[in-house]
Design a protein around this ligand. Sequence first.
Ligand code: NAD
Length: 489
Amino acid sequence: MLSFDPDKVSLPDGHYIAGQRRQCPGNRFAVKRPSDGRVAGELTEASAGVVDDAVCVADRALKDSGWASCSPRQRGAVLQRWATLIEADSQLPLLEALGSTRPIFDVVHHEIPFTAAAIRFYAECADKYSGDVFPTRDASLGMLVPEPYGVIGAITPWNFPLSMASWKCGPALAAGNAVVLKPSELTPYSTIRLAELAVEAGLPAGILNIVQGSGAVSGSALVAHPLVRKVSFTGSTLTGARIMSDAAYHGMKPVTLELGGKSPQLVFDDAGEVTDVAERILRGFTANGGQACVAGTRLIVQRGIADALISQLITRCQDFRPGLTWDENSRYAPVIDRRQAEKIQQIVDAASLQGGEILVGGQRFADTGDGYFWQPTLIANVSPDSPALQEEIFGPVLTIQIFDEEEQGLALASHPTYGLCAGVHTKNLDRALRAMRGIAAGTVWINRYGRSGDFIIPTGGFHGSGIGKDLGRQAFEACRRYKSVLIDF
Ligand code: NAD
């Protein structure tokens, strides 16, 4: 029995600093439940002073606890225990399902196992990757010695709060850093519990701290803090640009930026069984109500298969039903809030005014009160300059473009602004590899759409979709700086 009563869930109040929940004076803000728009609770925003306190605590804990200098294997053992506690905790799934767009079924079957698996992956990295020794003349020794940055400032978005936190904290902690993390003010609760479990697992108090609040106040204070030596951010492209510039201004800090996307699903006539392809396309743009950076939201389909594929998609889109995230039968995510729902509506309406044809959906589900559930939407004949093709919508909206020749399809697939992911669907290996080479995107999936849960494969975008990688060995390496050493003897 996974269903639960959202009014009976005890919500963590305050920030989490030095291994304790901390109340601080400041502006209060309401946190709403995406499923029904009701206020779940109120939190106090971390002022610059509170952020300063959290960062100084982290810096002091690094010096006092020996976290950076202990054997990497010891750090790995703590992270392994943390992953086990994450899997066993009874509160974490409730906080995630109540406070985010993720239905409890998905949280239990995907979000929690994936969060634990990501932490385990970095537990294993802790003692596996070393520096380098260079060929030098006989009486010299040249080495590249990795070391942690110190305090890393992490900022996460509202979609997939637990996964996003684990992708930031896992590599940073495994590499011996301390972290101050600011989750999205829209989905703040589960991250606090995650940090509590880390301390229960043996992470020294103060090595992982959580501050709550808006980007403008708490987030920007974190980026600017002089003791924050690196910033790891996931969120929109516009905010990423702001953070990159703030991080440069306040101390030339390196940044990892995982940003927005507008990813193509390129389908050729020889893609194989239409039902299978339709399933991939459908999941690609409707998962988490379309609120996934990797959402495949531009269908670019060759003429010969287009009618059959589109007709299947229309039928399948009509099967979706809204449902509260705390109901175990719900599978479809609400849009995070009214503002996001209005943004989706504006873009869809603009596409329609510019001649786009709404084949299915195009509006909210009726009778869902202040829960904003959007109907899966297909739009054909979209004008090339329409925001529906140019901007990340972050909702379950798929645009459709039809092409005849391979080169045309490839030309449509690369986006002028974004380059996060691409799906290529063809049984012709040569063509698949030409597409893989031809599309400007940080990830290309061939005859599938979506990550595999193998955290060894990194993720990250080209162009406006970001800088650097989350996941994989690359994210671990990016949490260390490298000292070049030359010894004469
Ligand atoms: P957002 O950019 O509005 O906010 C993200 C985070 O940044 C929040 O915690 C917010 O409070 C904070 N923030 C805002 N302004 C800030 C500032 N000036 N300084 C410091 N912090 C600031 O993004 P969102 O709406 O929460 O999330 C959705 C976006 O995230 C989408 O664009 C999506 O594509 C992207 N995303 C990308 C990936 C990826 O791996 N590439 C993964 C998930 C989400």
